[in-house]
Ligand binder design. Structure first.
Ligand SMILES: CC(C)(COP(=O)(O)OP(=O)(O)OC[C@H]1O[C@@H](n2cnc3c(N)ncnc32)[C@H](O)[C@@H]1OP(=O)(O)O)[C@@H](O)C(=O)NCCC(=O)NCCS
Length: 185
């Protein structure tokens, strides 16, 4: 079994170490990190997966951003320990966090990533939504949690400086999850 829990400040060094392991050096130089600087993450959606021994095997994080006047969730980073990649844990983190985001009342999510991976969750290439440079526009992807939520929303993605969050409706805390069936991932 795995335990899936929201990240707490005490977990942060371990999550950072997992991200350092999974991403190329210099990951914090990516433009998406400029949108996160000095902004609190959406903690109920920052989820971690631990195995039976308590080892951290995967993590996903979200930050609030803004496109024009519209609040948007910026998904990422998401990472799975190299020894457990391809077993469905990334899919589990994606689906559980998107379901919790919907339950919280968020309407739309974006990320910068590989369409061949993220399209299985319903992401598509966003047109006219501009990440800070340098970002390949083909990697700017979005999903609607509410039908039509991306309609007519274009412009520069900006740091969220206010508090746009949907009312913090209660989301589940920690849950036990069975190892996913890889082919349902
Ligand atoms: C990307 C990542 C989070 C996926 O997690 P995972 O647990 O390995 O993924 P899952 O087991 O849910 O899904 C595996 C499937 O995704 C595919 N996949 C994984 N990364 C992919 C990518 N970048 N592009 C296309 N397909 C990809 C695998 O080939 C596999 O396909 P299959 O189901 O047809 O066999 C993980 O591989 C990882 O941590 N990679 C390094 C960090 C990273 O690139 N993060 C994403 C950018 S924010």
């Amino acid at each position: 079994m795995y335990e899936l829990c929201p990240e707490t400040p005490a977990d942060t060094p371990e999550v950072e170490a997992l991200l350092d392991l999974c991403f190329a050096p210099g990951r914090t130089a990516l433009s998406s990190y400029r949108l996160r600087d000095g902004v609190a993450p959406v903690l109920p959606l920052c989820l971690m997966l631990r195995d039976d021994f308590g080892a951290l095997m995967g993590a996903i994080r979200y930050w609030p951003v803004r496109v024009g006047a519209s609040p948007v969730l910026l998904l990422g980073p998401v990472a799975v320990h190299p020894t457990a990649q391809g077993e469905g844990l990334g899919g589990l983190l994606m689906r559980e966090s998107l379901s919790r985001a919907t339950a919280m009342g968020w309407q739309r999510v974006m990320l910068v990533g590989d369409l061949p991976y993220y399209r299985r969750f319903g992401f598509w290439k966003l047109e006219g939504v501009e990440m800070p440079p340098p970002t390949n526009p083909d990697r700017v992807l979005g999903i609607e949690l509410v039908p039509g939520a991306w309609s007519g929303i274009t412009g520069a993605v900006e740091r969220e400086t206010g508090d746009p969050r949907p009312a913090d409706r209660r989301t589940p805390g920690c849950i036990q999850v069975a190892p996913p069936d890889h082919h349902s991932a």
